[in-house]
Design a protein around this ligand. Structure first.
Ligand SMILES: [Zn+2]
Length: 218
């Protein structure tokens, strides 16, 4: 590793791990504002935080990170409140191609793609726009795609109490694309099922066929 690389990791603070609980910041960092921490990252990269283009960057990063992690302050029942309706419809409801942007918890780099959400009602339906909101509740956190997929399915399952739920997430990960460890065009597909989507293979197959076939609208 280059000496600059070593500096990046070491900084000027105390050596890590000495009489400190895992995960607790050094005393010198605990009182720092988010903006000050970003300024220090910019400095550590070797850039000049006073340079015109960078002066307001810490402020912008703080605001962006606040939005990207706003899901921690939300629960699925919050976003679906007032949008559950009594309805005897018994067939599959499928919302395809919901845009998803999240941050990989291993690199803090974006992963993004599409979510397909389906459920079979059991006496009540949820407003269609709320399916996109529930995706954001979990996408706007530090995530891995597998957990994101499970949490969306479980959130709908817990709040809507349907006969079944199916969720597919298809995403590109910048941590793979930018670092060149995988093919640039590869995407990762994950799925999570609950209820009749697990128990009835015909339901599952109908969902997969409808969700993954090329749509007429695109
Ligand atoms: Zn990653």
């Amino acid at each position: 590793m280059s000496s600059r690389g070593v500096e990046l990791l070491r900084g000027n603070g105390p050596a890590p791990g000495r009489a400190k609980a895992a995960g607790s910041p050094p005393d010198s960092l605990a009182g720092a504002s988010f903006e000050e921490l970003v300024t220090e990252i910019i400095r550590r990269i070797g850039e000049d935080p006073g340079r015109q283009g960078l002066v307001r960057t810490p402020e912008r990063v703080a605001r962006a990170m606040e939005l990207f992690t706003s899901g921690y302050a939300q629960a699925p029942e919050d976003v679906m409140a007032g949008a559950l309706f009594q309805e005897s419809h018994q067939n599959m409801v499928l919302v395809r191609n919901i845009e998803m942007y999240s941050l990989c918890e291993h690199h803090l780099l974006p992963f993004f793609g599409k979510v397909h959400v389906a459920y079979i009602p059991n006496g009540r339906i949820v407003g269609l726009s709320k399916t996109a909101r529930i995706v954001n509740v979990f996408a706007r956190r530090l995530q891995v795609q597998e957990r994101l997929t499970e949490q969306i399915a479980q959130g709908l399952w817990d709040v809507v109490h349907p006969q079944g739920v199916g969720v597919i997430v298809e995403a590109h990960h910048l941590c793979m694309m930018m670092r060149g460890v995988e093919q640039q065009n590869s995407s990762t597909l994950t799925s999570a099922m609950r209820g009749s989507f697990l128990e009835d293979s015909r339901t599952r197959e109908e969902f997969l066929a409808l969700a993954l076939k090329a749509g007429n609208l695109e």
